[in-house]
Write a protein that binds this ligand. Structure first.
Ligand code: SAH
Length: 254
């Protein structure tokens, strides 16, 4: 999946959905509680890999400040803009179509970096290293990241992730990575299954037939849907062993 057409397929598949990865409003709110940002004023926040803005809208509704919502795909940001207007929070959000490996923020300018289901695109530790300089000392990082829930895993799911994202780890490993990279962890929780099944996979599956029709049952569209089906099947069978973990941490002052 690396040609322009494949990107277009993925955009068409994911754009109408409420979110582009596992999550929930309740999880965003719990991370917000842990973050210590509620009740503070004039915050400067970046939501990196925001997609169509599931978390961005919640942050804009709950926080006093301004959010820069960054995603590679302007097609997702257009939907985010519509949602922001529908929720009356458009004046608190600026969208930026850019790659989060080359961000334009000034050093030590952000009170918080939020990123749900996206840092894996850089790799967890590479993302921590790249993003840390933009945070003020004591600034908050809130990220969700694929995480093992069990120390012993069936070979099938272990080898799948060894190939696709070898940085997957237990929460203890992710917390150690935060500590190694100049962050003090202040909270962790795993996302419940409903964040995957009800909030992400079910709306995705509901799009499959429309996508196949839109692309006249092309081989590329069929391959795209089959790949998603395999991912859903694999998750469903092994869901006791993995989830996204939500990590909230503070940039160290030294
Ligand atoms: N945070 C959203 C979307 C998660 S999916 C949600 O929880 O619903 C991951 C998102 O990261 C996608 O929208 C994808 O377009 C974006 N993305 C992937 N690589 C990126 C990059 N290099 N720079 C910016 N955004 C990127």
């Amino acid at each position: 999946m690396d040609t322009i057409d494949d990107f277009q397929l993925l955009i068409d598949l994911h754009r109408p959905n409420p979110r582009q990865g596992p999550g929930s409003e309740a999880a965003t709110l719990l991370a917000l509680e842990l973050s210590g940002l509620l009740g503070r004023h004039a915050l400067q926040i970046a939501d990196l890999g925001c997609g169509t803005g599931a978390s961005t809208i919640t942050l804009a509704e709950r926080l006093d400040g301004h959010i820069t919502a960054v995603d590679l795909f302007p097609q997702f940001l257009d939907v985010l803009g519509d949602r922001a207007r529908a929720h009356g929070v458009e004046s608190r959000i600026t969208t930026l179509a850019a790659s989060f490996d080359a961000l334009p923020f000034a050093p030590a300018s952000l009170d918080a970096i939020w990123s749900e289901g996206a840092i894996y695109n850089l790799g967890f530790e590479a993302g921590l290293t790249l993003w840390r300089p933009f945070l003020k000392p004591g600034g908050v990082l809130a990220v969700s990241e694929i995480t093992w829930l069990t120390a012993q895993r069936p070979a099938e799911i272990q080898s799948h992730w060894d190939v696709h994202y070898p940085e997957i780890d237990l929460a203890s490993g992710k917390i150690a990575a935060l500590e190694r990279n100049g962050f003090t962890p202040i909270g962790y929780f795993p996302l419940p299954e409903s964040c995957w099944l009800e909030n992400y996979y079910q709306p995705l599956q509901a799009r499959f037939s429309a996508l196949l029709e839109q692309y006249d049952h092309s081989d590329a569209a069929k391959a795209c849907v089959e790949a998603e089906e395999r991912e859903i099947e694999l998750y469903t069978r092994h869901r006791a062993h993995l989830s996204y973990g939500f990590y909230v941490a503070q940039k160290t002052t030294e």
